[in-house]
Design a binder for this molecule. Structure first.
Ligand code: LLP
Length: 432
């Protein structure tokens, strides 16, 4: 096993993904290609669902955050596994709907939903809209009234926690474009306003601490802050929230340096803290929802590339250029995210060639990894970047007019295309 049960090495010395030879997969599906071990995704869904029932209560359920990875087949899988879904745009809602996902199980997020977005969400029958600000409440009440509906809503509250994660992916601080802060008094006013609208049904609250968090402490802090907020709201207005949605965020092991995460134990600890806090603040235990994205799909996904130019600059470094790059994985360029990179064609050989893995874009910042060690590749070798199931395909772009790779699902020892590779004709399809 390498990092996660999905990855291993076979007798040919090749990397295997979900038991299949990565070099053979590269031949069959071409490169670059995203692979997704859907058995591992299902196992992670079940782990979350069962742990939620056990430690958060019978009605508590995880909602898969589609921003991490979004295509129809994945929504079908998520529906089969009985999870809820967090959609953050009409495009994600459309995809879920097209997949036959039960729309009443959808939470619709976003810090700037347009009137058209709100109308589309209501027409689609989404279960909950997570209102992000006061003018959104006003618009939603008006649109719901016109449509003769009384939608269920949660209010996005900012608990003001710094989860010590990367600043660009931390959305729980007071200075944030998301939600209304408790510290400024705006959250309390937000609740009073929401309760006053005739066409809205307030079901509870939402907060999100941040992403890629390994520690349970920031989540425990968020529960404490949110449950004491709920107690104050009840004292102030008599309103008792039924749902507390704690957002996404459990971390994922990308490299050997990252810790191994025991998700079930995290949920157990959080559950115990919620029970303790409910008793402390005298609050009825709400239905707990969380929105894991990364920790459901990241480890199950990897990207295969073909090695092209290998260049050593004496006194400097070696570059291994691959046939993808920032268009399929912008995370190094954006966040300096670290990955485990392997020469899949010689996975059993010594990883003694330290290099920078570069993409094919006309931009020096188009790098996938720096200072990684792998078995020295030659042109034509298959290079694998592990743990790319989250925020890679979903963040892919067409920069340099490069078509997006396919998503190939691996399950039970076989592989099938779930999203086909884009063609050059696809790239010009919208040009008039
Ligand atoms: N719920 C809300 C309201 C969120 O804002 C997020 C992530 C999630 C759930 C899912 O969090 P997860 O379980 O995946 O950590 N593009 C960045 C990640 C941005 C995350 C933003 N919000 C990256 O590539 O690292």
């Amino acid at each position: 096993m390498i990092l996660h049960p999905t990855y291993d090495i076979n007798e040919a010395g090749h990397l295997t993904v979900a038991g299949l030879d990565a070099v053979e997969l590269a031949k069959e599906f071409g490169t670059p290609a995203f692979l997704l071990d859907t058995d591992a995704v299902r196992a992670q869904c079940r782990l979350y669902r069962d742990a939620f029932r056990t430690y958060f209560g019978e009605s508590s359920l995880p909602a898969f955050a589609g921003k991490a990875l979004c295509y129809k087949g994945l929504y079908r899988l998520i529906a089969e596994e009985g999870l809820l879904a967090d959609c953050v745009s009409p495009g994600e809602i459309f995809t879920a709907k097209a997949a036959g996902f039960p729309m009443e199980k959808v939470f619709f997020h976003g810090n700037n939903k347009t009137d058209a977005d709100l109308r589309f969400a209501l027409e689609s029958g989404v279960g909950h809209i997570v209102a992000d600000g006061e003018d959104e409440l006003c618009a939603l009440d008006r649109i719901a009234g016109e449509m003769g509906l009384k939608p269920h809503i949660l209010l996005r509250i900012t608990p003001g926690i710094d989860p010590h994660t990367h600043r660009k992916i931390s959305t729980g601080n007071v200075d944030s474009k998301f939600g209304m802060a408790i510290a400024t008094g705006q959250a309390q006013e937000f609740v009073r306003r929401a309760l006053g609208y005739p066409n809205l049904t307030l079901d509870g609250f939402h907060c999100h601490v941040g992403s890629q968090i390994f520690d349970t402490e920031p989540f425990e802090d968020a529960c404490d802050i949110m449950l004491s907020f709920m107690a104050r709201v009840r004292a102030d207005t008599g309103y008792e929230a039924e749902i507390l949605n704690l957002g996404g965020g459990f971390g994922v092991r990308y490299t050997e340096e990252d810790p191994v995460v025991d998700y079930r134990d995290n949920i157990r600890r959080l559950g115990a803290e919620i029970d303790r806090m409910c008793a402390l603040h005298g609050v009825k235990k709400p239905v707990i929802v969380m929105e894991p994205g990364r920790s459901v799909v990241a480890a199950a996904g990897c990207t295969l590339y073909t090695c092209g130019t290998v260049k050593t600059i004496p006194g400097f470094r070696s570059y291994v250029s691959v046939d993808g790059g920032m268009p399929d994985n912008p995370r190094y360029a954006l966040y300096q995210s670290r990955y485990t990179v392997l020469n899949a064609s010689r996975a059993d050989a010594d990883a003694d060639f330290t290099c920078t893995v570069a993409g094919r874009c006309c931009e020096s910042g188009d790098l996938i990894a720096e200072g990684v060690s792998l078995a020295k590749p030659v042109r034509g070798d298959v290079i694998a970047v592990l743990v790319t199931g989250a925020y890679n395909y979903s963040m892919a772009s067409h920069y340099n007019r490069i078509p997006k790779p396919p998503v190939v699902e691996l399950s039970g020892g076989s592989a099938r295309v779930a999203v086909r590779r884009e063609t050059y004709a696809d790239l010009t399809a919208f040009d008039v």
